[in-house]
Design a protein around this ligand. Structure first.
Ligand SMILES: Cc1cc2nc3c(=O)[nH]c(=O)nc-3n(C[C@H](O)[C@H](O)[C@H](O)COP(=O)(O)OP(=O)(O)OC[C@H]3O[C@@H](n4cnc5c(N)ncnc54)[C@H](O)[C@@H]3O)c2cc1C
Length: 381
């Protein structure tokens, strides 16, 4: 199948790379200790990368998934964590689009412009991979929904304005789960930000809902359709995350190739030692293959074709290959690579989060196997 870039994608790559190199890369380490300013999220909105999947009537550009992947890859070359604003805008805008006209009018333009950050809350303290067993509830009361429970490990828990919450409105299992948009300034909402190993910009944490009341019209999609909605969103989003990981790793390899041309040991540049050049060649080959399967998944999504397998392959391979490549880059820089003046250690810590986030390697392999063998052979449905 043809999933080559269009001219518009080349232009987008150049524009986003320029912004990311000038504006994001110099401050990558800064957001380890300082909160990412909200004006910067609005800048991303102006750049046009948050509303790429939002229809023009709601302030977006209604673009293609492939183009969204190009933007994610380029942003991640400069700051992997900023990419999360794209992936969250992408996944939540698709879910908000299932909401009422009022919900769409109120929230989609803000997501596109960067004025509103919407989080995604599926995981709970007791369930992650096995999310269909979630226990947070949303019960009906006089035209409202009342939410109770704790959502764990939410990206942007500390800074989001609203959240798509997956809650039980019916019986057990996936069919009893619905999606509800909850503005996070509602009485009864509290937040706890974790001390994460990496990805500190994302202020990952728990959201607590203590009898939080929202209008029933904030339900997104049909009652009981929440789990299916989440799974549909995951497919393309996994490729976006994969391209983010690939972008960060390719940037690390570019920097390491430049260094290996200059740095000499035993009378010749590192680049002329096969012990250095061959591992770099291997990382380039494996990342290239990973990148292609991620773009293939997105091209299939654009063509309206199934892409669950390709997205799971990309999401399994990308963080693993990227973490291994970045680890090599750190080591090939010797003592200086182990310092925080260079970005390799931070990149490594940041990427590892997505060996877990949005589905672990084991779950990706379970999905690939389920699609290959047939659902009747799946270890779980
Ligand atoms: C950086 C980051 C960002 C995240 N952002 C979000 C977010 O925005 N919103 C959100 O809702 N969640 C988010 N999460 C949570 C994430 O989706 C879950 O952590 C993930 O789905 C795994 O769930 P768990 O941590 O509960 O692990 P568990 O499901 O308890 O699994 C523990 C381990 O057992 C393995 N395992 C589980 N079942 C099987 C099996 N059947 N076969 C083989 N191995 C198995 C897993 O692969 C894992 O290694 C994020 C997590 C991270 C780290």
């Amino acid at each position: 199948m043809d999933f080559s870039w269009r001219e518009e994608d080349e232009l987008l790559r150049d524009t986003v790379r320029r912004y990311a190199t000038e504006r994001l890369a110099p401050d990558y380490a800064r957001w380890e200790t300082e909160p990412f300013p909200r004006e910067r999220v609005v800048e991303l909105g102006h750049l046009g990368v948050l509303g790429m999947l939002i229809p023009p009537e709601y302030g977006g550009s209604g673009g293609r998934y492939v183009s969204f992947g190009v933007a994610a890859e380029e942003i991640s070359r400069a700051d992997f964590n900023v990419m999360s604003f794209l992936q969250l805008a992408g996944i939540t805008s698709g879910l908000l689009a299932l909401g009422s006209d009022d919900v769409k009018k109120e929230w989609l333009p803000g997501v596109a412009s960067g004025d509103a950050v919407v989080a995604f809350a599926l995981t709970e303290p007791g369930v992650g991979s096995d999310a269909a067993k979630l226990v947070t509830t949303a019960r009906r009361d006089n035209g409202d929904l009342i939410l109770s429970g704790e959502k764990a490990s939410c990206t942007f828990a500390g800074l989001a304005d609203a959240c798509v919450v997956f809650a039980r409105t019916g019986g057990p299992g996936a069919a009893g789960i619905s999606m509800v948009l909850v503005p996070l300034d509602r009485p009864g909402v509290t937040r706890q930000v974790y001390d994460s190993v990496g990805g500190k910009l994302a202020q990952r944490g728990s959201l607590f809902f203590d009898d939080v009341r929202v209008p029933a019209a904030n339900q997104l999609g049909a009652e009981g359709a929440g789990f299916v909605g989440a799974m549909k969103g995951f497919d393309f989003n996994r490729s976006i995350i994969a391209l983010g990981c690939v972008g960060t790793a390719l940037q690390s390899l570019d920097e390491t190739i430049a260094y290996a041309r200059e740095r000499t040991t035993f009378g010749k540049p590192l680049a002329k030692h096969e012990g250095v050049a061959f591992p770099i060649a291997e990382h380039l080959a494996l990342l290239h293959a990973t990148r292609l399967v991620a773009y293939e998944a997105l091209a299939r999504a654009d063509a309206g074709l199934p892409h669950t397998t390709e997205a799971a392959m990309a999401k399994w391979l990308a963080p693993k290959q990227a973490a291994e490549a970045i680890h090599s880059c750190l080591l090939f820089h010797g003592w200086s690579g182990y310092g925080n003046d260079l970005p390799f250690a931070q990149r490594h810590r940041d990427i590892i989060g997505f060996e877990i986030g949005d589905g672990t390697a084991e779950i990706m392999k379970a999905i690939i196997a389920r699609e290959a063998f047939g659902r009747e052979y799946a270890a779980y449905k």
